[in-house]
Design a protein around this ligand. Structure first.
Ligand code: AR6
Length: 257
């Protein structure tokens, strides 16, 4: 089946699964159909599902991956010992582990087609990721600063490490700064424990969770540098993954010093 046929079959399945979706007019244009499907999957709770459907989604995601430019961590050069800076979409990175800036439920983002990293990672990994996260979480919530590891399913990385950053309302507190540093440490500890030698961090908490970007990039870099001082051989490469030129400038300024 080609991508168009796969999207049609998957839409048939989900509209039949949740009849409330029948009230929406189904688009005919391929890219509109594809984003309609993405939104439906984003909103879908982690319910049991036919393995045949999961395989169809795997196929679609693998075909989409073939169309993307995937960056191998080997091709990213370090700016200092074991530390690299890279601008791009984390879902296109071939690396040991990518870090997800998740929320306390650790089930991915349920807002259809939302632009957060959690939504991007779950969308490209596929439904299997939410189902697996649900098995780990069993309805519980994750504490801020802690992390969990999963397979990356249809992503080009080997693993995803999900961490929950602090939410900043109003003035930034010392507690929130400590919690953000703890996110980086928890992810590095978990990666080390799983013999993962390369890892990419996004700017945790600096989007929906409103952590100020200048302070967040300082904490990210200082925490990783301190970790590497204590564990110089633990990683081959730790990549700071930025998504905008503005974020790139913050990281570049700090890494120069
Ligand atoms: N690749 C790399 N970085 C990205 C990507 C991407 N594809 N997409 C966004 N970013 P945010 P948070 C950057 O808001 O602040 C979710 O709804 C983005 O530019 O994704 O930790 C969760 O479910 C920013 O620098 O995460 C939580 O509810 C960084 O990723 C909540 O958001 C983090 O932005 C977590 O909020």
């Amino acid at each position: 089946m080609n991508k168009n046929e796969l999207v049609d079959k998957l839409l048939d399945y989900f509209v039949n699964e949740d009849k409330r979706l029948l009230k929406y007019e189904r688009p005919t244009d391929y890219s509109e159909k594809r984003s309609f499907l993405r939104g439906i999957i984003n909103m879908r709770p982690p319910l049991g599902i036919d393995e045949k459907i999961l395989k169809m989604e795997d196929r679609l995601l693998q075909l989409e991956l073939e169309d993307k430019f995937v960056t191998d961590v080997k091709d990213i050069s370090c700016v200092e010992d074991s530390i690299a800076l890279w601008l791009g979409d984390i879902t296109t990175l071939k690396i040991g582990a990518i870090v997800n800036a998740a929320n306390e439920y650790l089930l991915g983002c349920f807002i259809p087609n939302h632009s957060c990293i959690d939504n991007a990672i779950h969308t490209c990994a596929g439904i299997r990721l939410r189902l697996y996260c649900n098995e780990i979480m069993q309805g519980k919530t994750e504490k801020t600063g802690k992390a969990e590891i999963t397979s990356a399913f249809n992503l080009p990385s080997d693993y995803v490490i999900h961490t929950v950053g602090p939410i900043v309302y109003g003035k930034l507190t010392d507690k929130q700064k400590k919690e953000l540093a703890e996110c980086y440490i928890s992810c590095l500890n978990l990666a080390k424990k799983n013999d993962i030698r390369t890892i990419a961090f996004p700017s945790i908490s600096t989007g929906v969770f409103h952590f100020p970007k200048d302070e967040a990039s300082k904490i990210a870099i200082n925490t990783v540098r301190d970790y590497l001082k204590k564990e110089p051989k633990a990683f081959d490469k730790i990549v700071f993954n930025v998504f905008t030129k503005e974020d790139m400038n913050y990281y570049e300024d700090i890494l120069k010093n």
